[in-house]
Every structure is written in structure tokens, then in C-alpha cells.
Design a binder for this molecule. Sequence first.
Ligand SMILES: Cc1cc2nc3c(=O)[nH]c(=O)nc-3n(C[C@H](O)[C@H](O)[C@H](O)COP(=O)(O)OP(=O)(O)OC[C@H]3O[C@@H](n4cnc5c(N)ncnc54)[C@H](O)[C@@H]3O)c2cc1C
Length: 390
Amino acid sequence: MAGLRISKAACTSCGLCQSACPAGALYIKRKAEVDRDACVLCGLCIEACPMGAITLEKEADAPTVAETTRDVWVFAEGLDGRPHPVAFELLGQARALAAARGGVVAALAMGTGAESWAPPLIEAGADRVYACEGDIFDSGMTEPFAAVLANLIETERPETLLFGATVFGRSLAPRVAARVGTGLTADCTGLDIGADGLLQQTRPAFGGNLMATIITAARRPQMATVRPGVFSAAPRAAGRQGEVVRVQQPTGLVLPQVLKTAPGAPGESIAAARVIVSAGRGIGNQKNLELVRRLAERLGGSMGVTRPLVDMGWAPYPCQIGQTGLAVAPDLLVCCGVSGAIQHLAGMGGAKVVVAINSDPQAPIFGAAHYKVVGDAVEILKQLLAQNKS
Ligand SMILES: Cc1cc2nc3c(=O)[nH]c(=O)nc-3n(C[C@H](O)[C@H](O)[C@H](O)COP(=O)(O)OP(=O)(O)OC[C@H]3O[C@@H](n4cnc5c(N)ncnc54)[C@H](O)[C@@H]3O)c2cc1C
């Protein structure tokens, strides 16, 4: 598996790597140390280190283009004891890709009863089903799934591997990609393949303002996740025959233990709120957020925030609007000190009426607002609260 290596001889304990790490994975204990579970292998620490003490090492390289088959694989996630509908949608697309390449379509089924999924998966387009039965998958953790997939990739060398962009698929796919050292394109809305075998993975970029087509030039398999509903399932061919390959469940895995689960604080998710008062960095400080929260409550709504406020720990993640937060569609959205960055606008396109308060008359948020108030957000919030006493 890939990992960071820190040369203790070269490290001066300056702490620049720690400051650069967005995942909190680096810390100084006499010399720099890395928490491998937290590390996301982004490489920012490598760039930040003035001594060149940090390197990224790979124990095994992913198969290269020349070393793979032309096969297209689909991870068949389970849902209520059956393959998830997205598996059938992916199989439809996998058939088209495999036909263009002259390869085989395989589905990967894991968990209790996985072997019984083979007939429907074959009827939906799989030529082969790798079925791995076992109670190790019952925990719902991604680790055993990732272990089986990584081993199979190493031995069978598929050219392409598709996952549904479900909650589970989004968690599993990057783990597998990291283990085998290949690329992954998330949330594809289009997949095509040329005679050169390059999977053209199309997905919205820059907050949906343009479509990017991404390729994995050198590593294999080419891995993509696709949201449910993007492709249509191919019609079932009743009685279609295929191969079933039994795979042993992994042994010797040490799984994390879940000691306790706790529900999120009630009312914090803003996804369904009809009224949202949102705050950006222009709110000044965490104390002023209380004004935003109070106005939201007065209007019977919830508080939203921009990403920097979540990053600074001023508000919890379920309040974040935007590309990497939630998409919201309230009847009324009041934005206080929000600049209107494209990644934020990507989450508020569904709002019916937008009121923006910003001290900068040129702020981009005004381009998305129906009512524009140029002024100090804190003062205006205080006045609104004073005028609307509950
Ligand atoms: C890959 C990626 C994903 C991202 N995802 C998200 C996301 O999901 N959500 C998100 O929000 N951001 C996201 N961002 C960050 C985004 O690019 C912006 O940096 C962020 O939205 C800016 O937040 P802001 O408007 O609070 O701060 P700033 O851009 O700093 O804007 C502050 C605004 O407040 C105004 N202001 C200052 N003082 C006052 C005052 N007293 N009264 C009124 N107005 C005042 C200023 O004029 C300015 O317009 C993402 C970035 C990247 C790279």
C-alpha cells in the first residue's frame, strides 16, 4: 500500500508539514510523524517540507496499460439481500464498453447470499460473477470488500472497474483505488471508451459550470463511480448463461470496532429547510453567528454557512452549503457576508428567493440575488432582530 516516508535524518521538526496537512495526519514528536489512518496521500506535506524529508512510497504499482485484460467489472453492492438497482444500470453500460473493447463483463458480489445474485446479474449482462460469500461482510465496513477487490484486481487485471456512487460505493471505491495505486473519477455522468482503451469519464466540474472528460492515462484499472439513475439498466435476458467464480472470504483482517453510534444533533441538517439564513466569513467572528442563528429561528428556519466557517470550527458540517456541502432549495435564503464563490453557488441554485447582504457592491453573490443589500451584515442583522422581536 502507498504511504508517506519521513526521513528522520533530514527532518528539522520545523512543523511546516503539520501546518500544510489538511487531514491533521502529521504531528511533531521530536521529529515529524504521520498517522497513516488519517493520511489522505494528498502530497501537500511533501511540497511544504523545505528539507525534502518526506516522500511518497508505493509498495506495489498498479498494473500498467500493457498488463491488463480488456474486461469491464462492476461492483454489485447489496441492498436488502439483493443487488442494488445501480448494479444493473452499470452492467448495461459495462456491456457497451466491453463490446467496444472485445472484453468480458464481470460483476463482483460479496456478502451472505452473494452466490444467489449470480443469475440476475448474468441476465442483466454479466458474463462472469465473482461471488464471495461470508459473514465478514456483515459489519458493513468497507475493509473486507476492499481487500477482496484489491486481490482480485491484482490477479485478474481488469481494464475498467465501475461502482455505484452510493454512500457505500463512494466510501469503498477510493479505498480500492488507493490500495492498487490507480486513479478514480467520482460521480461520472457519462462513460465512453475509445479503440485505445482509454475510458472517457465525463463529470460536471467547477460547480457544474462545465463538463470535464477525465482519463486515467497510465494506471489500471480505470475506476469510476456513477450516481444511481444516470444509466438505464439493460433489459434482462431470461435464462442467459454465465460463469460463477467462487472467491474465498479474506482471513486475518483486523476490522475497526464501532464502540458507539450517536445520532447527529436534531435540526442541524438544512437540506429540507424552507427558510435559511446563511453566514459567510463577512460575519466577522463566531459570536456574531448567534445573530444569524437567532434570525433563522425567528423566521422558522435554519442556519447555513460557507465552507470556511466549517473549516474554522464555527459551525458543524451539516450546515455547509455548496459543492462539498449540501444542496439546498429553500423558499427564502438570506446570505450574510457570503462572497458567492462558485463552489458555494453550486449548492444554492434551488433557492426560490435569495436576499444577499454584503458590504462589497461588486460581490459575486449579488449576481445570484433577487434582493441586494449593500451594508454591514452584523448591523443589518441586529436591526432585523430588533424589528422582529418574538
Ligand atoms: C474544491 C472546493 C470545494 C469547495 N466547496 C465549498 C462549499 O461546498 N461551500 C462553500 O461555501 N465553499 C466551498 N469552497 C470554498 C469557496 O471557494 C470559497 O472560498 C468560500 O465559499 C468563501 O466563503 P465566504 O464567502 O464565507 O468567504 P469570503 O470569500 O472571504 O467572502 C466574505 C464576504 O463577506 C463580505 N464581507 C466582509 N465583511 C462584511 C461585512 N461586515 N458585512 C457584509 N459583508 C461583509 C466580503 O465582501 C466578501 O464578499 C470550496 C472550495 C474548493 C476549492
